[in-house]
Design a protein around this ligand. Structure first.
Ligand SMILES: Nc1nc2c(ncn2[C@@H]2O[C@H](COP(=O)(O)OP(=O)(O)OP(=O)(O)O)[C@@H](O)[C@H]2O)c(=O)[nH]1
Ligand SMILES: [Mg+2]
Length: 381
């Protein structure tokens, strides 16, 4: 029986410095494509040995091939899209079938499940919609989640969950009702944190026109991105950029200066800004220190009491006292920006989950735990 050979781009497309392509099936297919520096045929390479060589005859690409199992290998190449596309195209031409990361992970997890030394029994009632996921399903979800992380810090947390979350779901299945409710509560305590490992925290800047919102975003990003202009009302709409602050993925949204706009175009921008503000994890309310607190600032302070107040243009106003709880900065000179970042991170992540705490990461896992909580409270419904 001949089984087809599967290939998959294992690393996220176009990100990172090195790309990895997985191959499962007939390693002899690599024979004409990969030329190992040690001269040994791909299918005869020692297992788990990193083997340097070249891909292709014309304009050869430098690659590393690792035989990961009897009939599986990984090709590591430069992550430039051209290199990856070429290798995948060559393999497809040899008859390999390319599968999605999702398919690949599900297949390898299923084969792990089949060959697990201790089959993990789960009564059927726990499976399926709203039920407790099996160890391997949770593991597969975390594998896929890992490819979606954008920083080392978030990847570290997902990796850690690989050792904790599948077991926690397994414990849920075996737990008494009381234990189960307690465990679900402990897991959900960090659900908001878990969710943010895959979707950035949202930080929205607001304030009167011309207070320096766009300049501040640029200072936080470290490069010019928003339109800065010495005229009130420069930013017409919500402009969002993604960055990382102390390793946490954050989306910074620059809003149109909030004021009573006469022009319809600007008014629409302001309406959208208010929607964005309602959804924000954190609002930065920017005030122009060189002007001081105006009645319009007072209105915003009353409207967003939870906002972190940023006292900008501090370089122009050494004499104006900094209001209590406001963070003094200068977007122009960058003075105070590191302290502002510290404040933002503390507000977004008041407490990082302790190392041993299992918590859900994907929206599906969070929803299932909520459902299970409900079901456990009303066991007869
Ligand atoms: N001296 C000084 N000038 C600043 C500072 N921050 C911003 N500015 C200047 O203030 C002006 C307005 O800055 P913007 O960043 O465009 O202000 P904004 O709040 O985005 O304005 P709108 O988009 O119109 O709402 C520009 O001339 C900036 O160079 C600062 O910390 N110090
Ligand atoms: Mg602006």
């Amino acid at each position: 029986m001949t089984r087809e050979t599967l290939i998959c781009e294992l690393t996220p497309h176009g990100r990172g410095a090195v790309a990895t392509i997985g191959l499962q099936g007939d390693l002899d297919l690599l024979q004409t494509l990969f030329h190992a520096a040690n001269g040994i045929a791909p299918a005869q390479q020692p297992l788990l040995r990193v083997c340097f060589g070249h891909w292709g005859k014309t304009a050869p690409e430098e690659v590393v091939v690792v035989r990961t199992a009897e009939n599986a290998a990984e090709v590591h190449c430069h992550s430039g899209l051209a290199a990856v596309e070429r290798i995948l195209a060559d393999l497809r031409q040899q008859g390999c079938r390319q599968v999605s990361q999702e398919e690949w992970v599900r297949m390898s997890v299923e084969s792990n499940e089949r060959s697990a030394p201790h089959p993990r029994p789960l009564s059927p009632e726990y499976r399926g919609e709203g039920g407790i996921q099996s160890f391997f399903e949770v593991e597969a979800e975390l594998h896929l989640a890992l490819t979606r992380t954008t920083t080392q810090r978030t990847a570290h947390h997902v990796l850690r969950q690989m050792a904790l979350l599948p077991l926690a779901f397994e414990q849920l299945a075996a737990a008494s009702l009381e234990e189960r409710l307690a465990l679900i509560d402990r897991m959900l305590a960090y659900a908001n944190f878990g969710k943010r490992l895959l979707e950035p925290w949202s930080v929205v800047l607001c304030g009167r026109p011309n207070v320096g919102k766009s300049s501040l975003i640029n200072a936080l990003l470290g490069f010019e991105r928003s339109v800065v202009f010495d005229q009130p009302g420069t930013t017409r709409d919500v402009v969002a950029v993604e960055t990382a602050l102390q390793g946490w993925p954050v989306q910074l949204s620059d809003t149109a200066g909030l004021r009573h706009a006469e022009q319809a175009l600007e008014a629409a921008g302001i309406a959208r800004a208010r929607v964005q503000l309602q959804r924000a994890d954190l609002i930065l309310l920017v005030i122009d220190a060189s002007v001081g607190i105006l009645p319009e600032d007072q209105e915003l302070l009353a409207e967003f009491p939870q906002a972190l107040v940023v006292w900008n243009k501090q370089d122009l106003s050494k004499e104006n006292p900094v209001p209590v709880n406001a963070v003094p900065v200068s977007a122009l000179t960058q003075a105070g920006v590191p302290e502002l970042i510290e404040h933002i991170v503390t507000r977004l992540i008041p407490a990082e989950p302790p190392p041993g705490a299992p918590f859900p990461i994907t929206t599906e896992q969070i929803n299932r735990l909520h459902q299970l909580h409900l079901q456990s409270l009303t066991p007869n419904s």
